[in-house]
Design a protein around this ligand. Structure first.
Ligand code: ZN
Length: 387
């Protein structure tokens, strides 16, 4: 039995437990622990049992995109124009908020804080502040913020009701106690100012279900419950502005308001539960699907995995004979030239003719359009495995 991270009521049994003791983290690394996912029938929240030694994991191990200053994740490709995630995040933030001149901003749980860095390039009047539970990002912070404006491990007492905006980009899903984090953020905000947050939307990005270090898989219902219960108002949750994510804006009231426990619509929770069960079932059968395809095409020449991110890694862990995979293929130039499981990551144009079988390791909702965007593969007799 566990306690819901959002409404704090008890949850009896897990909805999903992984087949083996190997799980995948959000950085596409293998972690020796099973994945257990629980559903809360009161507030519609899904949550995963946290990583053992979670504090040490974020302090020492978790290194998101730390290889180079410029490295970024590909957000989408429109007519062969590549749009990167950070640029998109800055654009959406500026569309959603009117930031006053000379705003004081804090990026909470910020890692490199590439979004804030890019934002202050557009808006040099904004003073950036940074907070994380690791010191490994300080070399990045030094490139755009002053040392007195960042803090590691502990929040500065002078930051009480200090900020015009607190942001959190893909952080709340990692936190075992999101209520405590939001309470702290409320204390940091000036009355009437805003909290801006992006978290994954598991209901449009199914992979999130089996990401071990995503402790929280929010639904719109559980996010609304959490923010209301902490005392935020004017809450908007946008499921369309950033693919596979919820973009949240919430205001700290000008005066503290005493709230009763938020109301939850029972039918909404049951509809979420149906989707959650479908996802649990999907991940239970998918590894069998990979190995069945592998067995059926075992006489084919060498194969490749298209996509070196989460889905590609997941397929690699399912295959019985990874030696027959020659490459990973990725459209992201920051991934090309690297390796995964000892296999080179190449551009689509570098794929040799001997490869017949391609395992498509992409989000199923975008996979076919991604394949169609590769002109040099047109007319080739590839045999695709689709998730
Ligand atoms: Zn709950």
């Amino acid at each position: 039995m566990v306690k819901c991270n959002v409404c704090q009521l008890s949850i009896e049994n897990p909805l999903y437990v992984s087949e083996n003791n190997l799980s995948i983290t959000s950085l596409c690394e293998i972690y020796p622990q099973e994945t257990e996912v629980f559903f809360c029938h009161h507030c519609g929240h899904l949550q995963t049992t946290e990583i053992n030694n979670i504090a040490e994991y974020y302090d020492q191990t978790y290194k998101i995109l730390i290889d180079t200053e410029e490295e970024d994740q590909l957000y989408k490709v429109i007519e062969s124009k590549k749009i990167f995630r950070i640029d998109h995040q800055v654009q959406v933030l500026l569309e959603k908020l009117t930031l006053p001149e000379n705003s004081l901003m804090l990026d909470y749980g910020c890692a490199k804080s590439a979004t804030l860095k890019k934002l202050v390039q557009n808006r040099p009047d904004i003073t950036p502040h940074l907070f994380d539970v690791s010191e490994m990002y300080i070399p990045f912070w030094e490139t755009f913020a002053k040392p007195e404006n960042w803090s590691t491990y502990f929040l500065k007492p002078e930051w009480h009701e200090y900020f015009d905006l607190v942001t959190s980009f893909f952080s709340l899903e990692h936190v075992v106690d999101p209520r405590a984090m939001l309470c702290k953020i409320q204390e940091l905000l000036k009355p009437g100012s805003f909290f801006y947050c992006i978290v994954p939307n598991i209901y449009t990005n199914t992979a999130d279900f089996v990401v071990l270090d995503h402790v929280n898989h929010f639904s719109e219902t559980s996010l609304q419950f959490l923010l209301e219960d902490i005392g935020f108002q004017s809450i908007t949750i946008d499921a369309d502005a950033h693919y596979g994510s919820f973009v949240i804006v919430a205001q700290k009231p000008h005066l503290p308001v005493k709230t009763s426990s938020p109301l939850v619509v029972k039918q909404n929770v049951e509809a979420i539960y149906t989707k959650a069960m479908e996802m649990a079932n999907y991940w239970e059968v998918i590894s069998n699907k990979v190995t069945e395809f592998e067995e059926k095409h075992k006489n084919a020449k060498q194969s490749a995995i298209y996509g070196s991110g989460f889905y590609g890694t997941f397929i690699a862990t399912c295959l019985k004979d990874l030696d027959r995979v020659k490459y990973f293929i990725d459209q992201n130039p920051y991934r090309q030239g690297k390796s995964l499981f000892g296999k080179p990551i190449i551009a689509p144009s570098e794929l040799s003719d001997e490869i017949q079988v391609i395992y498509v390791g992409l989000n199923p909702q975008t996979a076919s359009s991604s394949i169609e965007s590769i002109d040099c593969w047109k007319g080739r007799n590839h045999l695709y495995f689709n998730l």
